[in-house]
Structures are given as structure tokens and as C-alpha cells.
Design a protein around this ligand. Sequence first.
Ligand SMILES: Cc1cc2nc3c(=O)[nH]c(=O)nc-3n(C[C@H](O)[C@H](O)[C@H](O)COP(=O)(O)OP(=O)(O)OC[C@H]3O[C@@H](n4cnc5c(N)ncnc54)[C@H](O)[C@@H]3O)c2cc1C
Length: 443
Amino acid sequence: MNRHLLVLGGGLSGLASAFHLSRRFPESLITLVEKQSRLGGWISSHRVHINLLGLQESVITTPTTSAAAKNRYLQVHETQGLITLPNSLLSFFSPPMRSWMLPVILKESTKRWNRPFGITDESVDSFMSRRFGPFFARMFGSALVHGIYAADSRQLSVRAAFPSLWAMEDRGWGSVVRGALIPSAALSRGDYNVGDLPEIMKGVSVYSFSDGMETLHASALTILCDTSVSSLGVTTLNNDLEVRMTNGQVIHPSRVVSALPLPVLSDVLSPELNLPHLTANPTSSVTVLNLVFPPTQPRLHPAGFGYLIPRPPTGYSEDNPGILGTVFDSCALSAQDQNPAQFTKMTVMLGGPNPITPSHTDIDAVLKQLSVVPRPVYVQMQHHVDCIPTPTPGHLERMEEMKTKLAKGIWAGRLDVIGAGVGGVSVGDCVESAKRVGEGWTL
Ligand SMILES: Cc1cc2nc3c(=O)[nH]c(=O)nc-3n(C[C@H](O)[C@H](O)[C@H](O)COP(=O)(O)OP(=O)(O)OC[C@H]3O[C@@H](n4cnc5c(N)ncnc54)[C@H](O)[C@@H]3O)c2cc1C
């Protein structure tokens, strides 16, 4: 029997699934096909010659437990400056959280069940408004969604993105707060229900994957870079899977794992095999602006990880530069905090639901909103088009339906679909869903 497993897409999901398949089925031939000349998909690093900036001596690391890494902020339209988000029980009692969060959380814990009868999903904004009120939903919910999905919380499915919130509401007889206080039974996860970072990933470092790559090289794995999949179908003659590449190459694998972006998979599927589930969700585009500022005294931002900006009270508009949030990269390097005469590095994320034209990004307007005075000594801007999928309400049901469809009929379980568009966009989600590919296969 042919035991040729084909993985489409060499992003994090494709690489991780090829790695786990090579461990699970060491006798199989595994081929990974990637369109670009490099692997990693959206995971990419750009090495900047920082010696030009005199920073080469300062390459150091910081534990994630440090205050600088733990402090997170909001920049809200209603007030000046940054607002510290609570990171301890005590911090809920300091203003403005004392009035913004505490009464809302206490009230929610006494609020009765108010999930409309029969609904199986809703947007993050609708869920949070229902339980905590519209102010809380916009202020905290929309900012959180900006930080993870670069999306509008009014579009994002709460069950796909934050399944634990939905489960807590169930567990707490309608109250998220009550549910949070009740220990959950063993986490039960549907095959596609992996929106939150799984327990299993706790304590697992990204470095373990580089070890995985070494193992990959030792297995029967062929990586075809610069090779673009142009069609995926089933032959009429033998009912074999057939994958064609733009370079003319044709492969007839026994199974295919697609880790392609879902709209790309939809495009390469033969029209008669089209799956409408693949194009049901929109995607966000993000502009990433890396800035390096000269040493200043005092430093340009408080110690912390960075800040998020909620949806403006009047909705998204072209009246602002469209910042979703900013990471204080300098704080990832604690030694720099001890030496104030250092450069300040920030990564600004723009776009998502904000209607911006990336090619017209106004750096001066961004700097004005950042409230930083000096000019940056280094600026790098990258536009990532359609880079983060937004699973809309009903996503989990759609994915389950697609899985059922692929398990029988012409596919007969020979096509698995994974990736950020299926089981969650975070690195942890991608690795976790890739890890489960091949469970239950008999080759
Ligand atoms: C700007 C940005 C910031 C992010 N920040 C974080 C973060 O801080 N923390 C976090 O956890 N996650 C973050 N993410 C999310 C995370 O990086 C992605 O969700 C994840 O990398 C997606 O991996 P993937 O393999 O599923 O998809 P992709 O990376 O999209 O991989 C798909 C692969 O398929 C290839 N491909 C496309 N078409 C074809 C074709 N026809 N033939 C062959 N190959 C093809 C592509 O070239 C690509 O390599 C961020 C994402 C972005 C865009």
C-alpha cells in the first residue's frame, strides 16, 4: 500500500504536522510542499544589523515573570496616557479599574442566566455585552481581540476564540465569574475546538521545535520549497488523490494534510470538490511598524509589555492612524532597563478593522498618537495582507461539518485540514492542532 503522506504549506502548522507525522509513522514517506523559498509562513525573523545602532553589546534576555514583562496597558480614547491593566487581585482596587472593572465583575457574579434560548455561538462583543455590559465589552473585549486577532470583536466567534468563557458561563449557571471559581472537569476539546492555549502547551518552549526540526531531517521527509500547489483532486479512473504543482510535478499521495490558508485551499480544490466552509470567514490585514528611538531620559514608555487600544467609542474611522496596539520591545531585554541610556524599541501594529491604507501610513500621525517626541533612528514597515483569519460565529459547527464531510464520500478521510484558519491563530493553537494530525489513522 502506498504510504506517501503529503503536507501542503510549510508554515508553522505544516512544519509541526510533518514533524509529528514523521514520529507517528516513521516508515512513511512524507513530502512537504511550500510555495516560498523559505519555511515558516507568517513566522519570520528579520535580522537587522543593530551594530549600526551601537546595540550589539546589549543582546540579553528577560524572564517572563519580571514586572516589565507582566505589566500591560490600555490606551483609551476617554483619558490621557496609559492605564495599567490589573495583574494582581490588589490592582483591581486602584483607579480607574476600581470603577471600571470591579463593580462590573461583582455585578456579573450575581446576574442570572441570560444566554438567549437555543443560541450555540455569538460574537465576543455580544457575549461580553450580555454578561458585563457594552462599556466593558468595548474597553476590554475589543482591545483583547485587537491584540490577538487584529479583528473587530463584533465579528469574532466567542466559542472559537475564547471557548473557556463560554464553558465558564455554562459551569457558573450563567455567570462567567461564578464559573471561573468552580474548578473545571477535565478539559474536553472537540477536534477543532482549540481556540485557547491548550493546557498541554503549558511549559513547552518554542525551542523544543528546533529539536524537532533535527528529527525531521533524520526521517524520510522531503521538503519542496519554491513549489506551489495548483490543484488538489481525485482521479476519476482510480479514485486516487492527485496533487499538481505549478512546476508541472504531480503527486499521488495516500493522504493529504492541508496547512494552507483556507482560501488558498479553496482555490486549489477541483470545483466539484469545493467546500464552502473554507471561505466563510474574513481575514485581517496588519501593518507592522518597527521603531527604534535614540536614548532618552526618562524613557519613552513605562516598564511593561506594551498596550492595546480598544475600539473607539464612535466606531472605526479614518480619523486616527489605526493603531491596534504597541509592544515595548525594549522591555523584553531587562538589562536595558538597568541602563537607561539605551535605545527604545517598539513594534506598532496597525490596521485590522481600522480602515487604513497601508501604503499611506502616516508615521508622523503614528508618532503623535504614541506621544513620543524624538524622531526614530530606524523605521521598518511591513504590510501583511490577509494574514489573520477571523472565525465568525458558527465557526466550530462549520469546521465540524467539514470534518464530517471529509471523513466519508470521495475523500474517505484522506484529506485533513489544519492551520490558523481552522483551530485558532496563536502559535500554541497551530502547534497543538498539528500535533493531533494522524491520531486514529491506520496506514
Ligand atoms: C503580524 C502577525 C503577528 C502575530 N503575532 C503572534 C503572536 O505574537 N503570538 C502568536 O501566538 N501568534 C501570532 N501570530 C499568529 C501566528 O503567527 C500564525 O497564526 C501562524 O504562524 C500561522 O501558521 P500557519 O502555518 O497555520 O499558516 P501560515 O503561516 O499562513 O502558513 C501557510 C503556508 O502555506 C504556504 N502556501 C500558500 N499558498 C501555497 C500554495 N499554493 N502552495 C504551497 N504552499 C502555499 C505559505 O507560503 C505559508 O508558508 C501573528 C501573526 C501575524 C500575521
